[in-house]
Each structure stands twice: as C-alpha cells, then as structure tokens.
Ligand binder design. Structure first.
Ligand SMILES: O=C(O)CCC(=O)C(=O)O
Ligand SMILES: [Fe+2]
Length: 411
C-alpha cells in the first residue's frame, strides 16, 4: 500500500481545460510572463505591487519549542501548549493566509541562517562536484516506490501538458526508513552530505510540528491542539527534497516538442499538508511563481494568468522560508483552506545564466491517517457555508492512489 505514496507526489490536478491547451499553442509562456510583468511595472505597477502585498510574512516563533517537538523521540506528543496572545496572533495570521491562497513567508521556524547556508553549500558540491555520468551511473536512483535518492534531469513531470521538468533532485526521508538500503552509496562527500541533509530534515520535522500546532489553533481546536501534530507520528511520508537546475542558454529551456515545452518546475499543487521551501542566496529562488488554486484550477487550466512572481526573502535573521499549503489540507478542511498552485520558470537572461537551488520539506501525514472534516470544526464550517460532506473520508494512502488513477487516465 505504501508504495502508492511515492509517485509524482505533486501532480494532482483536475483535468486541464481548453484554455491551457490554447495557451500552449501560443508562444513561450515564460516570455509572455516577462512581457506581462514588464507591462505591469511600467503602466500598471500598482497591480503587480498589490498582488505582492498580499503575501504576508508570519513569525512562527511563538510555536517553536526548545528541546521539544517531533524530532525528539523522548518528547513525542508531550509538548504542552499554553495559548497566549502571541500564539493567537500568529495562528490568526496563518489562518487568514490559508483561507486566501495558502502562501506566505515564514520566519523563525526553528532553522537558522547557518542551517540554510550549509545545506546549500553542500548541495552545490553534491550536484556540481560530481559528473553527470557518476550521478546517473553510480548513485542510487530515485524511484516512485522509494521516493529517496538521486533523480536525474527530466525524471519527473508535474504537469503532463509539459515536457519533463528541467531539474535534478535528491530526496531524503526519515533516517530509520533506510534500513534495507544505503541511499547515500557512492556519493563523493557522503559523510558531509548525509550529515547536513539529516540535520536539516530533523529540524524540518520539528518545524512541521510547530506548524501543525499553529494550524490547529487557527481552526479553533483549543482543546485538541495536537489534532494535526498527532498525525505526524511515524513520519513515514515526509520528504526533504533538494532541487537543482543548471544554467540554460536562454529563457527558453527546451525545444518545443509538438505543443509541449518544459519549465524548471511545471505547474502543480503539492500533495500534502503544507511545504516549507528554502532557496539559495545566489538565485534567491527567482523564477518561482504562485497563484491561488481553486478546486477547479490547480494552476494548469490557465497557464497565462494570475501568476505572481515571488523571490525568496531572507528576513532580519536570515532564516525566512516560504510556506505553501497542499491539496490534502484543502480537502481535510472541506475547501475552507486553499492550496497554492506554483511553478518555476526562467524569468530573464540573468536567471537563465544562474544555477538555481531550492530545498522543499513536504509535510505529509502518516499513511494511515484518515482525511475527513474534523468534528471540531464541522459546525464552524457549516456556519460559513462550507459543504462539510463534500468529500468522503479516506486515508492518506487512498487519497494518493485516487490521484494516481486520475493521472493514469490522462496519460
Ligand atoms: O524550487 C522551487 O522553488 C519550487 C519547488 C517545488 O515546488 C516542488 O518541488 O514541489
Ligand atoms: Fe511544489
């Protein structure tokens, strides 16, 4: 059953519509975006700025507990949460953001500037310090059923209207899941790569707990503040993925094949609860675009409009990351919260010449978790006009299987 999880985690779209196909027949959407953006700056500057202003910066520190949290085995499930003004304020801001588009800058999640810098320092050595031949021939290759290890260029396509993504990745999961296989085998700086990714993974696990607590408070689960946190006990599905895209000659990454072309990361909504996203200080994540997804538009249906250009931001302590919500959170709350659609283009010639690194921590609840609208918020949602029985209960495993089947029909 579990193997179903490790398959194109983010490719969860409703069927693409006419608009998308029409857009693909047109010119390169990356170029089009640049044009739109420039036009925005010259004649409709306010419009672009207003969209950017909608992206809040939220400080998670009220929910970050020293020494406690998910990564600490002795302390599992024991974190005591005393609700104070700071926590309510933080949760309130998160709730508002999740209700709108599910995308924000998040400061002080429990990772420091040095943690972020060191993972990218080592990532550069991992991706650029080993030949393609070595990476593709000697490293343990990523496959859907393990969702761990090295994935070469064009191994994944997040939007099947596109050619496969122009990125290579390395995925890491919980250390204790590696019993039967050494996924770091033949890595040139094995010790360093293993250490830095493990450390980063562990810190992300703790940050995940903080976010779960904050989300529960945001939804008014005052008596059951661990509602979401307790679904991250086994951590059998959480994944840390480090992504790299090489420089390209132009903003057009690939030759079109038929009507199709590739992006660095094509349009998608992440599968899970939410994702922490970090970027290297050289590329600052440029090229990332987001838009509010709806039940009917997960970013694929309209490739042209609504995309907002977002770059990474460091924040005063240099530890700011990006947070986006996933399809599972949207479903769990009967569409009360929204998932964020996103993609990565090559926005201009400067970005084209740069290596681009990013690091995503996908928060996926344990496989056995049953996803259904929580009793505690049914009444609140009904009051707000939400159809709470819209989605039948199903396990996290079933949810993904269903999505895979949907995908199979389209291919
Ligand atoms: O690299 C980025 O900025 C985004 C990556 C992403 O969306 C993903 O891997 O799901
Ligand atoms: Fe994503």
């Amino acid at each position: 059953m579990k193997n179903f999880f490790f398959f194109k985690r983010a490719a969860l779209f409703p069927p693409a519509g006419k608009d998308a196909r029409r857009a693909l027949k047109d010119e390169n959407p990356q170029k089009k975006f640049v044009k739109t953006y420039e036009r925005g700056k010259k004649s409709a500057r306010g419009v672009v700025l207003r969209m950017m202003d909608e992206i809040p910066t939220i400080d998670l520190s009220p929910f970050v507990f020293q020494g406690g949290g998910r990564g600490d085995d002795d302390n599992k499930g024991e974190t005591i949460v005393v609700l104070d003004e700071a926590k309510r304020k933080c949760a309130d801001a998160l709730g508002k953001c999740f209700k709108r588009h599910g995308f924000c800058y998040l400061e002080n999640v429990g990772l420091e500037k040095e943690d972020i810098e060191s993972v990218f320092r080592e990532a550069k050595l991992f991706f650029e310090g080993q030949s393609t031949e070595h990476k593709e021939g000697e490293l343990v290759q990523w496959e859907p059923k393990t969702n761990t290890g090295y994935a070469k260029y064009r191994a994944e396509v997040l939007n099947d209207l596109r050619l496969p993504d122009e990125k290579e990745t390395f995925s890491v999961r919980k250390d204790s899941l590696y019993k039967d296989r050494d996924y770091f085998e033949n890595v040139k700086r094995k010790k360093e790569w293993k250490e830095v990714t493990k450390r980063f993974y562990d810190k992300c696990e703790r940050a995940c707990e903080s976010l779960c607590l904050a989300t529960a408070v945001a939804l008014g689960f005052e008596k059951d503040v661990r509602f979401f946190a307790d679904t991250f006990r086994e951590m059998d599905l959480c994944t840390l993925k480090i992504l790299h895209s090489m420089p390209t000659k132009t903003t057009e990454i690939s030759e079109k094949v038929g009507n199709k072309m590739s992006l660095r990361v094509s349009e998608h909504v992440d599968f899970g609860f939410a994702t922490f996203l970090f970027h290297d200080s050289e590329s600052l994540g440029r090229g990332l675009q987001v838009k509010k997804a709806s039940r009917f538009d997960h970013g694929r249906d309209n490739l042209e409009e609504g995309w907002i250009d977002v770059a990474a931001k460091r924040g005063s302590r240099g530890n700011c990351c990006i947070l986006n919500t996933g399809a599972l959170l949207q479903r769990w709350t009967g569409d009360f919260y929204n998932a964020t659609a996103h993609r990565v283009i090559v926005p201009d010639e400067i970005a084209a010449m740069q290596h681009r690194y990013s690091c995503a921590f996908f928060m996926d609840p344990d496989g056995e978790t049953v996803i259904k609208t929580p009793e505690e918020i049914r009444d609140k949602l009904i009051e707000r006009g939400v159809d709470v029985d819209k989605y039948p209960p199903l396990s996290c495993a079933e949810f993904l299987k269903m999505k895979i089947n949907e995908m199979a029909v389209k291919q």
